[in-house]
Design a protein around this ligand. Structure first.
Ligand code: NAD
Length: 491
């Protein structure tokens, strides 16, 4: 990561509105690289006036895009895919620069985004809805119609992948899409915007509004923004969901997580690397990261394996950086607190840094806390860093009880060789995504992504077939062209 190209001067991140790259008029926000600790970008936040102008251009573009046949819209998405593959190295490097993850992780995120794009590309062949003669001479037909201008608000932790969960699908079904990237990672949006521009997206169909809370609220409140998708922390997800639904808008808001791994004594030791990789991948800054191991019975040899792998991680090579200095301080404090609460430090990542020119970045090493008490901060709060809490449990019932007691509900995995145990966890865990011997149980397309409880507000999932109904209305058309020869209750 030491050879990641840094811009010669901070990148000024712009809005993309009506096909033009424009400056905004709000307060200045600086962007720092978590890898190097230096300023890499800046932008002015979008005010409600900026949002007004941008949404007006998107609204103007809507009728033409709505009336463009699905197969024609899809052609632009094919070109978008080609450009993303061509520019993969450049975009991954920018994602790593501004987010801190390793280049391999950045690439994996873009590839996952492309997988969602490929799902959207398949709609032209699969989403023909349906028509049927429901009565003699009477036909019923389903038609999928776009909503209009829609907005999507995304977090810092996947600057390319999370927006790519929604961009391809929302655009392909015919909406005009406004993206509000995280203020911590706005640089990637410039590259994705340029890729769509090069692919030939019509002016105003795809827009970018740089900004923070004020921009988000202006987008939600704008009368012409018909639907809002959000991905971020639970506190903000709840606030966004409430604000949007109070205005009668549809909203799908994905929140934070505290994911459990139930580790059984019969777990295959060769698969336990999945647990280490789950809590250290993206330096623990992903909503699918393992946060708590519920250790059932004697699993010391598996824990030894997890510990060995965590200890072997080299910062800046195998594991990336933490998004801000403040978050590093928060994590150090949370580890101190866990120790005060009685936890044993099996692996201590406090005060670790990467070497060379990454020294000034924001770092913390993998940390494993054993004998964590259920109900303590380390057991219940989303820390969002490479910190794994182990809670010792007598049996599977106790492990499930602890898993069920958490408000979040994103993911839960079980490591076992026993099918009945795996099935019980799949049935009884209170999480939207279940893994069996998988540390990060992200469903691959066409299976959809989404949690339950405080990890998601609203219905449906954010990707896959379930996302289509979020981004569209289903119109039902019932037709008769000639006088019926016989009559029935329908007349
Ligand atoms: P965040 O909630 O701080 O910010 C997310 C977005 O909301 C950003 O674009 C930000 O500008 C905006 N925002 C911040 N405060 C706001 C406010 N008061 N009102 C309106 N908008 C506001 O989240 P983050 O720190 O960027 O990302 C990390 C969080 O995202 C973690 O909690 C993580 O679990 C969660 N996440 C969840 C998923 C999922 O699929 N469930 C995926 C990725 C990340």
């Amino acid at each position: 990561m030491e050879d990641i190209q840094r811009p010669s001067e901070p990148v000024n991140c712009k809005n993309f509105a009506g096909g033009d790259w424009l400056s905004q008029s709000g307060k200045n926000i600086d962007v720092y690289s978590p890898l190097f600790g230096d300023k890499i970008g800046n932008f002015k936040s979008s005010t409600s006036d900026d949002v007004e102008k941008l949404v007006a251009k998107a609204s103007q573009a809507y009728p033409l895009w709505r009336d463009t046949p699905l197969k024609e819209r899809t052609q632009i998405m094919f070109r978008f895919r080609e450009i993303l593959i061509r520019d993969m190295d450049k975009i991954s490097s920018i994602v790593s620069l501004e987010n801190g993850k390793t280049v391999a992780e950045s690439k994996a995120g873009i590839l996952k985004g492309i997988e969602v794009l490929e799902f959207a590309l398949s709609l032209q062949n699969l989403d023909s809805m349906g028509t049927m003669e429901v009565s003699r001479g009477v036909q019923c037909e389903y038609r999928r119609e776009p909503l209009g201008v829609v907005a999507s608000i995304t977090p810092f932790n996947f600057p390319a992948m999370v927006p790519m969960w929604t961009i391809p699908i929302a655009l392909t079904v015919g909406n005009c899409y406004v993206w509000k990237p995280s203020e911590k990672t706005p640089l990637t949006s410039q590259y994705l915007g340029k890729a769509l521009e090069e692919a030939g997206i019509p002016k105003g169909v795809f827009s970018i509004a740089q900004g923070d809370r004020e921009t988000v609220e202006a987008l939600i409140d704008h009368k012409d923004v018909k639907a809002i998708s959000f991905v971020g922390s639970t506190k903000v997800a709840k606030a966004v969901y409430q604000r949007a639904t109070n205005l009668g808008k549809r909203c799908l808001a994905l929140g934070g997580a505290k994911n459990h791994i139930i580790l059984m004594p019969d777990a295959d030791i060769n698969l336990c690397y999945g647990i280490s990789d789950s809590f250290t991948g993206c330096a623990g800054q992903r909503c699918m990261a393992a946060a708590v191991v519920l250790a059932v019975g004697d699993v010391d040899k598996q824990i030894e394996e997890i510990k060995k792998r965590a200890n072997s991680m080299v910062l800046g090579k195998d594991m990336g950086a933490i998004i801000t200095k403040e978050q590093v301080d928060f994590l150090q404090g949370a580890i101190d607190q866990a120790v005060k609460d009685g936890a044993t430090l099996l692996v201590d990542g406090r005060n670790q840094t990467a070497d060379g020119n990454l020294k000034q970045g924001y770092w913390i090493g993998p940390t494993i806390l054993d004998n964590v008490k259920p109900g303590s901060q380390a057991a219940t709060h989303e820390l969002f860093g490479p910190v794994l809490a182990i809670i010792r449990c007598k049996n599977l019932s106790e492990a499930l009880e602890i898993e069920n007691s958490i408000d979040y509900g994103n993911a839960c995995s079980v490591f076992t060789q026993n099918g009945a145990v795996a099935e019980r966890v799949a049935r009884e865990a209170r999480a939207g995504m279940i893994g069996v011997n998988i540390g990060v149980p992200v469903p691959r397309e066409p299976f959809s992504f989404g949690g339950i409880n405080d990890s998601k507000f609203g219905h449906g999932d954010i990707t896959g077939a379930h996302s289509l109904d979020f981004w569209s209305n289903i119109k039902k058309v019932t037709k008769k062209w000639e006088l019926q020869k016989d009559t029935n209750w329908m007349g």
